[in-house]
Design a protein around this ligand. Structure first.
Ligand code: CTP
Ligand code: MG
Length: 177
């Protein structure tokens, strides 16, 4: 794979761990505390829990802090790799939670597929937080080249998709989507 594809994907790598950790550590109290929205449907549903949010953010941030030990990326010192990891992991779980809000409004039951959106929510959530919070919190904020954005937005959903099928085949996940 050419380095132009690997570098942006390595940059965004922590959010894949955020997703896995949310799944692995999730369960328990739902974010919406079981409450219903005006339309009579759940606000987010039982698939969004506090342990998933916290587990996802903690693991994603740790991965971001470990990355520079393996190979340099854009934020390599301890403080900025921590802040960067926190920003994109929070963005990833935010995107996932907002996605569930809209799934419920559209009448899609918790756990049922919403193609393309299910595979990309964490990516646009992370990028949104990166561009909103990065300039404020990262001393050496770096605006991504448009090619990087394209690679991240286009390739990540495929990785998510293939990763989910693998996790399903390995019996780590109940559904293949
Ligand atoms: N999970 C969690 N908390 C989160 C995110 C995920 O507990 N914030 C766990 C839940 O057990 C969830 C599983 O990870 O069922 C898979 O996550 P996801 O596919 O995002 O949730 P779904 O169950 O498919 O729910 P939805 O239809 O709302 O996307
Ligand atoms: Mg799902």
């Amino acid at each position: 794979m050419p380095v132009e594809i690997i570098r942006p994907l390595y940059f965004i790598l922590p959010i894949f761990f955020t997703n896995m950790a949310a799944h692995r550590f999730g369960g328990g109290t739902p974010v919406d505390f079981g409450r219903y929205f005006y339309d009579g449907k759940r606000i987010f549903g039982d698939g969004k829990t506090y342990s998933g949010l916290v587990g996802g953010i903690v693991i994603g941030t740790l991965v971001s802090m470990l990355q520079p030990c393996i190979y340099p990326t854009l934020y390599n010192d301890l403080a900025s790799s921590f802040i960067f990891g926190l920003i994109i992991s929070s963005g990833a779980v935010f995107g996932d939670t907002v996605k569930s809000f809209f799934k419920r409004r559209l009448g899609i039951e918790r756990g049922n597929p919403f193609p393309i959106v299910d595979q990309s929510d964490f990516v646009w959530g992370a990028l949104l937080f990166y561009y909103l919070l990065g300039p404020l919190l990262l001393p050496d904020f770096f605006a991504l080249p448009v090619e990087w954005l394209a690679v991240i937005l286009i390739v990540s959903p495929f990785i998510h998709f293939v990763g989910n099928i693998l996790a399903y085949r390995l019996k780590l996940k109940e559904v293949w989507w």
